[in-house]
Design a binder for this molecule. Structure first.
Ligand code: SF4
Length: 455
């Protein structure tokens, strides 16, 4: 990537979504009723992607934006398994259980906070209820290397897990102390070696930039050390500072957070670092080796984005199981309750713990297609969008295209009759570019407490 005027581009630092969904979760509401959701579930066909949320963690990492329950009580963990099973029992009454499962993901929390026999119990139960798993299903688990042992790995291997994501975040001691997550490199290395020893071919490591005390120099060291893990994929997320939503983030001294300018420098360095080592940038925050299937997907423009990040498995309905989980159909998003008591109460009354969501109208559906294509493939095939949505792109989006002028002037995108193309520098600001197509953004222009900053 050529040199960049960091000072100039840091003016793009403004609140904006990450577009794991469109419309974003801020538009989810109880207007989407339980009965409507059930009707969607009962009428859907085609492949399934299943997400199971295991929300428990021992202690808080202060940067964490996940929906987490902190506990060390065994009975809470086993009680949750019983409720998960009952949730699945209700779910299978409303879904064709013979739909092919092409993707399965354990997220959290810390899934490996559960003991090996408990993980076995959960996956075995799900497989007994959804018997049709594709032979090349992507089966993945998020793992905190601080809570991971060989017994758990054996269970994952037994159930065909083929992708593991290890949370690393940063390898600098001062940063680790500030974020309340002490995790020596040696410990992470042992976890990665354990997974590789059991045949896991796709090892992902997650890092975060924008954390307290990070500097360009400190992050350079972290990246250099990370090569010892030799990951197949790397995610380098932009820290989302939303202290009005997450109390633990209030523990940070905000004066120690890197400025937007430094964050841009760090991210640009990160891109060059991985590209120099043969990785290819995937979407806005992932890097993959050439052998990785994501790499092939981006070449063919077939990369998709969903709540689990970037995937080649597009077109499947996502079913979210467990506290706070989000499901996604072609025309809806549906989220389970975040409140454990409400979760249990719903299941006790024989209902799914669905709480809210959104049904996509034609305009949402069209904008979702444009935004997701930008976020995944850094371009929009205008002719394809016109064909698939029966519109004249330049008429339909005349205001949006005017709004993109500053990006054109700054050399971040080019627009022709057939495509919108994001330049390499534009990829750093892809959230800002996608925001131009977001019909809901105007509601949040003056709100400082809506989204994290794009830089
Ligand atoms: S980062 Fe992971 S381990 Fe830390 S609090 Fe969040 S979910 Fe738990």
């Amino acid at each position: 990537m050529s040199s960049i005027d960091f000072e100039k581009f840091s003016r793009y630092s403004r609140p904006g979504p990450r577009y794991t969904s469109y419309p974003t979760a801020l538009e989810f509401s109880s207007d989407f009723s339980y009965n409507e959701y059930i009707k969607f579930l009962e009428s859907e066909k085609g492949p399934l992607s299943i997400y199971v949320h295991l929300p428990f963690c021992r202690s808080a990492c202060y940067f964490c934006g996940c929906n987490v329950v902190f506990t060390s009580k065994e009975e809470k963990l086993s009680r949750y398994i019983e409720y998960l099973k009952r949730e699945i029992d209700i779910l299978v009454e409303h879904i064709d259980i013979f739909r092919e499962v092409i993707q399965f993901h354990f997220g959290g929390g810390t899934p490996t906070f559960y003991k090996a026999f408990e993980l076995d119990e959960i996956v075995t139960y799900i497989k007994s209820k959804f018997p049709n798993w594709s032979s090349d299903a992507e089966i993945s688990c998020e793992i905190d290397p601080r809570f991971f042992n060989e017994e758990q790995m054996k269970v994952l291997q037994k159930h065909g897990f083929n992708r593991i994501s290890f949370g690393v975040q940063d390898l600098d001691e001062k940063v680790q102390k500030a974020i309340h997550r002490i995790q020596p490199l040696e410990l992470t290395k042992r976890a990665v070696e354990l997974a590789r020893g059991y045949g896991i071919k796709s090892i992902n490591t997650d890092f975060i930039y924008g954390l307290p005390y990070q500097t360009l120099e400190s992050f350079k060291k972290t990246l250099q050390l990370s090569t010892e893990l030799n990951p197949d994929r790397v995610a380098v997320f932009n820290y989302a500072h939303v202290p009005w939503l997450k109390r633990t983030m209030r523990k940070f001294d905000e004066t120690t957070l890197p400025t937007p300018e430094v964050k841009l420098q760090i991210f640009k360095y990160t891109i060059d670092f991985f590209e120099d080592r043969g990785y290819k940038m995937i979407g806005m925050d992932h890097f993959a080796k050439p052998e990785d299937e994501l790499f092939g997907a981006i070449e063919k423009g077939e990369l998709h984005r969903n709540f689990q990040g970037y995937t080649t498995k597009g077109g499947a309905n996502l079913i979210g199981i467990g506290l706070t989980s989000i499901g996604e159909g072609e025309r809806y998003y549906a989220q389970n309750t975040k409140d454990m008591r409400a979760y249990e109460k719903a299941i006790d009354s024989g209902k799914l713990p669905f709480e809210r969501g959104v049904v996509l109208d034609d305009d949402d559906f069209l904008r979702k297609a444009v935004i997701m294509e930008l976020m995944a493939n850094f371009h929009v095939d205008i002719k394809r969008v016109e064909r698939e949505h029966n519109i004249n792109f330049k008429d339909y989006f005349s205001n949006e295209l005017k709004g993109l002028k500053e990006f054109i002037d700054d050399g971040l995108i080019t627009i022709t009759d057939s495509e919108i193309k994001v330049s390499p520098t534009g990829t750093l600001l892809i959230r800002n570019i996608a925001m131009a197509f977001d019909a809901y953004m105007k509601k949040y222009y003056n709100s400082k407490k809506s989204f994290s900053k794009t830089l």
